[in-house]
Design a binder for this molecule. Structure first.
Ligand code: KE4
Length: 431
């Protein structure tokens, strides 16, 4: 049988890259298929090495909120490239993007650029520990905050999908300072403070959990974390690598009206290029070197080409607030359409949606916690994924991820996706 280009490329890739990929979720192990090697993308569509077109709901895991190959971003990068790729020195664009982020996002006065969401979270945790003099941190089971040692404890996303939510190679001495609570369960958080009085530097939370599928905060949950942090003298970190500049111009702080002490960013702020950032009040950020004793550095931090891409995307979002109403509206239409398809076919599917983020769970129960997500039928998700891929719909190849709606998804794309889901749900209901 003739192998597809993706199959041939995957065979080569597995010889030289662990699992044939540079990030585990891309290997399609949770769905048992050959990953599609992507050749190019434009608007809401991606094209694989065999020339097949897919409607893309991965959007590079969030960065491509304006769709792929947006002319404003492409032209900014083309211009920046002509001025040089990297200097390792301060540049005007770094100041421009930091000023714009501070203008768009509440409660931040200073920003530090890094190269990934992982680096942003790692640095934010160090800042919280340095500023409070405390060692322990609280995260939530099933939330994913990148792959720094402290965060690979009961992590979500492909850490959980791959069966290693608490990674090998993380020293027990490190892991002991990471305490885990249950998302949407304030009592589980207070209990940790009662057990470790005066020792907890911060709580880090995804304001919308988007690495266990999508689970929104119950009313009062984020407000409750703010109250506990104020009472216990700990800092509240919103990991907005996904929700930042996606839920609204001001991200989750604006969307939910809850103030974080430190905010981490990634994805959208790079416009598709490798960028992360962390931000807080001037008082907190002046703990960071060279002002203070919390050290963090990076060769390519603030890279001029990456800054050009991010600045172009954030500028567009700042000048076109209609993007947010449009992507949330399309996500609602998609979620409602899929719910109707599930009802019509009798498939046991729950669809969670928050802004332009959504995720199906194959369970009759509503999913408001990590336990709920973990008890959904992962085999059915894999079958659903395969059926949708065959129909030209490109989804996260694992349950514990999100669907991302971009500004380039049209009503027709939504209708096509709902119709594909209806066919696939009908098939699933037969088994
Ligand atoms: P990066 O280091 O991958 O840029 O960001 C880490 C990170 C931090 N915080 C949150 C809330 C995140 O979702 C992420 C990364 N998200 C995953 C998708 N679930 C990236 C995709 C991947 O790991 O390949």
């Amino acid at each position: 049988m003739i192998m597809s280009q993706s199959e041939q490329l995957f065979a080569r890739a597995k010889q030289v890259l662990p699992g044939g990929v540079n990030s585990p979720v891309r290997a399609y192990r949770a769905v048992g298929l050959t990953p599609r090697f992507i050749a190019r993308a434009d608007g809401a569509y991606i094209y694989d090495a065999d020339g097949r077109r897919y409607i893309d709901f991965v959007c590079s895991w969030g960065p491509m909120i304006l769709g792929h190959n947006h002319p404003v971003i492409r032209e900014a990068v083309e211009k920046a490239v002509c001025d040089g790729l990297s200097f390792g020195a301060p540049t005007e664009r770094e100041v421009d993007i930091a000023e714009l982020m501070i203008q768009m996002v509440p409660n931040i006065e200073m920003v530090r650029m890094v190269n990934s969401g992982t680096e942003a979270v790692m640095s934010a945790l160090r800042l919280a520990r340095g500023a409070t003099g405390r060692d322990k941190v609280i995260k939530f089971e099933g939330c994913y905050h990148g792959h720094s040692d402290s965060m690979l404890v009961k992590a979500g996303s492909s850490a959980m999908a791959g069966g290693c939510p608490s990674s090998a190679g993380v020293p027990a001495d490190t892991a002991k300072d990471t305490l885990t609570a249950q998302y949407n369960d304030l009592a589980s958080v207070q209990q940790l403070f009662d057990e470790h009085p005066g020792q907890i530097a911060c709580i880090i939370v995804e304001p919308v959990a988007a690495n266990m599928g999508v689970v929104a905060p119950n009313p009062g949950f984020l407000e409750g974390l703010r109250t506990i942090c104020d009472k216990e003298g700990a800092l509240l970190i919103f990991d907005e690598v996904i929700t930042g500049f996606r839920l609204s111009r001001g991200g989750a702080q604006e969307f939910f009206g809850v103030r974080a002490d430190i905010v981490t960013f990634g994805k959208i702020i790079g416009g598709g290029m490798p960028v992360g950032a962390y931000a807080a009040s001037r008082e907190l950020m002046e703990h960071v070197a060279p002002c203070g004793s919390v050290y963090q550095a990076g060769t390519l931090a603030g890279n001029p080409v990456a800054m050009a891409a991010g600045l172009a995307q954030l500028t567009y979002l700042n000048e076109h607030p209609e993007v947010y109403t449009a992507i949330a509206s399309r996500a609602r239409d998609l979620a409602d359409g899929m719910r109707q398809a599930a009802a019509d076919t009798g498939a046991p599917v729950r669809i969670n949606q928050a802004g332009s983020l959504l995720a199906p769970f194959f369970t009759p129960e509503c999913v408001e916690s990590f336990q709920g997500a973990a008890h959904s039928d992962l085999q059915k998700y894999a079958a659903y994924f395969g059926g949708m891929l065959a129909r030209g719909i490109y989804l996260a190849p694992a349950q514990f991820e999100a669907m991302f709606v971009s500004y380039r998804h049209t009503d027709d794309d939504i209708r096509t996706t709902v119709n594909a889901a209806r066919e696939v749900f009908a098939q699933l209901s037969l088994h």
